[in-house]
Design a protein around this ligand. Structure first.
Ligand SMILES: [Zn+2]
Length: 303
């Protein structure tokens, strides 16, 4: 059985074909049609049919990872930053275009599923996959299956409030979702850069997250202080998830998961926040990197 996973991003659409064992057979990438829903459906159909043609013309099972989530009320996409998708019955329209059932799932959930299936969380019963990128999201996989939840928001810890117990003066941030002090406004890449800006003179104002990480690595005192705050906040925020879910493993993805010391720094700080005599939760980086989204979309059809 061939499975095709499609990652529907804001700037590109990527598709991958996997065999039953999870080996990559083929891959294609195209630019996303800008802000046009009908063209997006058309591009997805063309991409899938081209991959099928390349692989001998058989019909594959198709899964799609998308920003946002599928509303259990309407069956339409909600919460997507690619706003042309919001309010659209994406799974239904793709099924009609391709003449078969198409599974559609949130992209952070696809990441978690990929890493739980044959990535850094393989073989563990409960996997919490964490995206630390331009946003902060997550997904929960139990015994190889995604947990979605009745609101389709399982794992969305990024819009919980940032714990403030260990900080007397937590900055009063504003989130795009309308709430204050969301975890995402402290732990995303742009949030890390904003936190550094708040703490240093304006000369360094334009540094992005990668530059701050590099400066800290080189011994810059202010950048090191920014990173220490980041690690501490990440550990405190993750403890809220661990106390409720107690996953076997936390797998980091997204751009900030490339920070060399991330897992060690978080592991060292967890015991101060988690309600347990010892914290044995594994904290690991992803195995499939940028490919996890597209691989997880294919894994929406387990062999
Ligand atoms: Zn928020």
């Amino acid at each position: 059985m061939i499975r095709i996973g499609v990652d529907l991003g804001g700037t590109k659409i990527e598709a991958i074909a996997l065999d039953a064992a999870g080996h990559e057979l083929a891959r294609r990438r195209i630019a996303s049609p800008a802000h046009d829903y009908a063209q997006t459906i058309d591009a997805l159909r063309t991409l899938v049919e081209r991959l099928e043609g390349e692989l001998g013309g058989g019909r594959a099972r198709v899964g799609v990872g998308t920003p946002g989530a599928i509303s259990s009320l309407t069956g339409c996409i909600k919460n997507a930053n690619s706003t042309q998708l919001n309010g659209r019955p994406l799974a239904h329209d793709l099924a009609r275009a391709l003449g078969r059932e198409v599974r559609v799932e949130n992209d952070a959930n696809c990441f978690a599923l990929s890493e739980a299936s044959d990535g850094a969380g393989a073989g563990r019963r409960l996997v919490f996959g964490v995206i630390l990128g331009t946003g902060v999201g997550g997904g929960i996989v139990q015994d190889g299956r995604l947990w979605i939840g009745p609101n389709a928001i399982a794992g969305e810890w990024g819009h919980n409030e940032m714990p403030s117990r260990s900080e007397a003066a937590l900055p009063d941030t504003q989130c795009y979702c309308g709430r204050r002090r969301c975890i995402e406004t402290f732990l995303s890449g742009p949030a890390l850069a904003a936190d550094h800006r708040r703490s240093v003179a304006s000369a360094s104002a334009s540094l992005d997250a990668a530059a701050i990480v590099a400066l800290a690595h080189g011994g810059d005192v202010q950048a090191r202080a920014t990173m220490a705050r980041f690690y501490e906040r990440l550990a405190a925020a993750l403890a809220g998830v661990i106390n409720v879910l107690d996953p076997d493993v936390v797998v980091f993805g997204g751009g900030l998961s490339n920070i060399d010391r991330l897992c060690d720094e978080v592991r060292a700080r967890l015991s101060a926040h988690v309600f347990s005599d010892a914290v044995t939760t594994e904290v690991v980086a992803n195995r499939h990197g940028d490919s996890s989204g597209v691989r997880g979309a294919a894994w929406l059809w387990p062999p």
